[in-house]
Design a protein around this ligand. Structure first.
Ligand code: HEM
Ligand code: FES
Length: 782
């Protein structure tokens, strides 16, 4: 056995029998060395475990006695299943406390037990349900003025100083005051003591105190426990007063077996830290990240609607939770690795948030990323953070106030220091500087009056806007112009895939229109769309034809893609386009050619002068291109065409509604499988909500453990948002695909234009903005 193999087996919990198999051993050299209690982990946990994410996604750490999980899907699946993966160890000390520390804690009567975050089912969901109401957006709104007042007062205190440690003067204090206010605790505490309490609790539950620290930490944690008990007793004397903890005391009267005394005391202590430390650190990490990316900071200073999406991307890219914990309750297999019952699991959520299988170009900081809300910084499923929208609100207000009052601030030279622990990550200090003479409010008091829209929930996709400039406008056929859009500061644009579209806002008309991208897939400097002046349109295309001049700025959203091409098909590809519908088809053809796939393009047009891109297509695709011009007597006969293709063919089509309907009928006559036809629609002809005709129905949210009623006068999306469930949305008329949700059971009445007939038949997803249940109930993967 070589030294490396010997090392690989050191401390391995797996029986390797007589012939050790180092390749499959969950402990190799790096796993054996893994020790997260250091600056490198705190600074960038996803980088710290990059090697594992890439080569050994699940490994055993002998130093911790934890199995470490690093990829997105595995971690999400673990969060999804609180029965097989119990949260009971979430607040448990990482190592064994020393006998001295244990005896000190005993002196204080320390009995930290189950709260919400570490409670098993079914007790957990029963408790969560009776305590969750104050966390819903409807109830949280009332806290907004309080949060803004606290942030404003804190900034008033240092705005003229030119240099401040934001952690000391804003980011620790404000979330702490907000937490006290939300919980209903009188704010008469000594802040230095509270700071000491919260650091000690973090080290005790998530850290590894040194033998010298251990006794001190135990004393402080014991005092914190007693303090929490006193606050609780005081509150019990005034149960009708404000705050979530008093609400819990009142609920205890009604549900004494669900909201127990032990729960209340443990929760009081745990929540003071959970509610403020996670938010303080998340805000500090976000501000640091934004200031390290001046172009993104400039974007949000210019357009505050980008703050909510930027907060979400900061939570993904540099969130305040490094890892979270679970315990396997039975023998399980994760990514092919067998893990025994009782094993402790460390889920490196910050690594999941940088997994390229989930987030394209994951280390790239992009405040307009379309799926950033899928990050796991708030956990997922039944235990997903109840306070996420308070955290989001605080972060949006803090960043909003700083960006309008101190847009010129920058990071000072500094070395960041951390409290080493597995979970809560953020710097102890964050020093910024600026020139007070440049403070905008000195010259223009109206800066202080600007209002900021706070988003309690997933960012609205319609706010994720990019200001682009028209670099070229070219007539490509009668009534069709090609628009070439670039970033005004020349920065690269995100990569897109064939079939993707963008939404272009038509000035201040309130209209926006969707256009498929059709330029060069490899060109990161520009996006191209073609716009037909449509006499029957509601004015969007005419506006663009009149106002699209070189140098003009346009607000663009996306790209988003729900018309994806299978890049590894088993059969041939038939691309069908009518008129301006050629745009997504061109991009698909370009990709099919690059991949050497077997494809044919059938392009129909009324007359030769309405035929765009004829030369480009001819040059690029030669005999694979077939043009049908009706004025010249050449029509595309779909029945005849489909007869020349076999059953393994995939058909992609975009064009006028009549053409698509004819194609659908021909596909059905030819008896091709439903899954063979992929259609891009840009108009939805179905009514989204007609309360007079709708039935109410129930939705069971399997991962969140909730059942909600969707009344006849509300959409499913509205009901989900009202209950704090994060689902993105954009068009809210069944066109864009942003609000897709997985369906586990129940029949769906689809009203969108996104899903194909085959996808509808699969009955495993729906668009929440418009679709409803056919029967009385749906079970959703939420
Ligand atoms: C649970 C993160 C703010 C209250 C959690 C969990 C995480 C988390 C990772 C565990 C999720 C799981 O096990 O699946 C965060 C972050 C925050 C934040 C990153 C700020 C940016 C808050 C605030 C409050 C709060 C402000 C309260 C005012 C809770 C509660 C739970 C929880 C009560 C337990 C939920 C349950 O187990 O049912 N949070 N949190 N959090 N958080 Fe937060
Ligand atoms: Fe666009 Fe639902 S929000 S399809």
């Amino acid at each position: 056995m070589n030294t490396r193999t010997q090392q690989s087996l050191a401390g391995c919990p797996v029986a390797h029998h007589a012939t050790p198999d180092a390749g499959r051993c969950p402990v190799d050299h790096k796993a054996a060395q893994f020790d997260p209690f250091q600056d490198a982990y705190m600074e960038n946990p996803s980088e710290f475990v990059r090697w594992a994410r890439e080569q050994k996604p699940v490994f055993y750490s002998p130093k911790l006695d934890y199995w470490v999980v690093t990829r997105y899907q595995a971690i999400k699946d673990i969060f999804r299943d609180p029965i097989a993966f119990s949260p009971s160890n979430v607040l448990e000390p990482v190592g064994q406390p020393s006998p001295e520390a244990a005896s000190i804690l005993k002196q204080y009567g320390y009995a930290m037990n189950r709260t919400l975050v570490n409670e098993d089912e079914p007790a957990h969901m029963a408790r969560r349900r009776v305590l969750m109401e104050p966390f819903t957006p409807e109830h949280l709104r009332k806290h907004e003025p309080m949060v803004r007042r606290l942030v404003t007062e804190a900034i008033d205190g240092f705005i003229d100083d030119g240099r401040v440690d934001l952690m000391e003067k804003l980011l620790w204090d404000v979330p702490f005051s907000v937490a006290l206010e939300f919980l209903g605790i009188e704010d008469d505490s000594d802040r230095a003591t509270m700071h000491k309490f919260s650091i000690a609790h973090t080290i005790n539950a998530f850290g590894r105190p040194t033998p010298e620290e251990s006794a001190n930490v135990a004393h402080t944690v014991g005092q914190f426990w007693q303090f929490s008990g006193e606050v609780l007793e005081k509150m019990k004397r005034t149960p009708d007063g404000p705050g979530w903890m008093r609400y819990s005391i009142r609920q205890q009267k009604e549900f004494p077996d669900v909201v127990t005394d032990s729960y209340l005391h443990s929760m009081m202590m745990a929540i003071i830290v959970a509610a403020h430390e996670s938010t303080s650190f998340a805000s500090a990490n976000a501000i640091r990240l934004l200031l390290e990316h001046p172009e993104s900071w400039a974007d949000i200073c210019k357009n505050p609607l980008l703050i909510s999406p930027a907060v979400e991307e900061c939570l993904r890219h540099n969130g305040s939770i490094g890892s979270w914990r679970r315990r396997a309750t039975r023998d399980v297999e994760i990514e092919g690795v067998a893990i025994p019952a009782g094993a402790r699991l460390l889920l490196v959520v910050s690594s999941a948030n940088h997994d390229p299988r989930q987030f394209g170009d994951p280390d790239f900081f992009d405040i307009r990323r379309d799926n950033t809300v899928e990050h796991l910084t708030f956990g997922f499923g039944a235990h997903q953070c109840l306070g996420k929208n308070i955290g989001r609100m605080e972060m949006q207000i803090i960043i909003g106030e700083l960006s309008r009052r101190l847009p010129h601030m920058r990071l000072a030279e500094q070395t960041y220091k951390y409290v080493h622990n597995l979970a809560f990550r953020g710097p102890r200090n964050l020093v910024v500087e600026w020139d007070p003479a440049q403070n905008p409010e000195r010259n223009d008091a109206s800066v202080l009056e600007a209002t900021q829209e706070i988003r309690l929930g997933a960012p609205l996709a319609k706010h994720v806007v990019r200001d682009l400039q028209l670099a070229e406008v070219r007539q490509v056929a009668d009534d069709i112009v090609l628009l070439r859009l670039v970033a005004p500061d020349g920065r690269p644009l995100p990569q897109w895939t064939p079939g993707a579209h963008v939404d272009i806002e038509c000035g201040h008309t309130g209209l926006s229109r969707q256009y498929s991208l059709c330029g060069d897939l490899d060109d990161r400097n520009a996006w191209e769309v073609a716009v037909l002046r449509d006499p029957e349109s509601r004015g969007g295309s005419s506006w663009l034809h009149q106002n699209a001049t070189v140098g003009a700025e346009l607000r663009v959203r996306g790209p988003r893609n729900h018309f994806r091409m299978d890049e590894a098909p088993t059969g041939r590809i038939l691309l069908v386009a009518g008129g301006i519908g050629i745009t997504p088809i061109m991009a698909m053809a370009q990709r099919a050619r690059a991949l050497n796939l077997d494809y044919e393009i059938h392009f129909s047009c009324r007359s030769r002068c309405t035929l765009p891109f004829a030369n480009e297509l001819e040059q690029a695709h030669g005999s694979r291109l077939h043009v049908h011009i009706s004025d010249e007597g050449s029509r595309n006969d779909f029945d005849r065409l489909l007869a020349t293709f076999d059953d393994s063919t995939q058909v992609y089509a975009c064009g006028p509604t009549r053409m698509l309907a004819a194609l659908e009928e021909a596909v059905s006559r030819r008896a091709l499988p439903d899954s063979a036809l992929h259609i891009e629609h840009f108009v939805n002809t179905v009514t989204i909500l007609d309360p007079a005709k709708e039935q109410s129905f129930e939705v069971e949210l399997r991962n969140s453990g909730l059942t909600l009623t969707v009344p006849n006068d509300a959409t499913l999306l509205e009901v989900l948002h009202g209950s704090n469930i994060d689902v993105q949305s954009d068009c809210e008329e069944g066109l864009c695909g942003a609000c897709e949700v997985g369906v586990l059971d129940g029949e769906v009445e689809h009203r969108d234009s996104v899903l194909t007939t085959a996808e509808r038949r699969e009955n495993n997803r729906l668009m929440a903005c418009c679709s409803r249940a056919k029967g009385k109930k749906l079970v959703l993967d939420l």
